[in-house]
Design a protein. Sequence first.
Length: 109
Amino acid sequence: MRRFREWEVDQVFLRRVGGRIQANVWTVSSENEVQTERWFTPSSDPVTALRWLGDQVAAKGTVQTAHNVRVRWARDETFLENLIDDAALEDEFRDAFELGIQDTRDSRR
């Protein structure tokens, strides 16, 4: 019997690149598998970028939740060091994801 894996957004790492915000989105499965996907948002405004990103990740339909997401800014080239958590952007991402996932589920019914 084949098991269905549920995926959740674990962390979003942000960095400013070329006037836009780049995001590396880490998702984790119910079987502790990790996937990373890089996104280039269409905005340099962090709130707008995170709203767009949350909606886009939800629209893919492969991730079920973002309840425990952690959003972090990279300060320099040492990507996994010197990270700064951003709780306000976590809320923006989570809210956009929840709206997007409801739209995705409604369209599949």
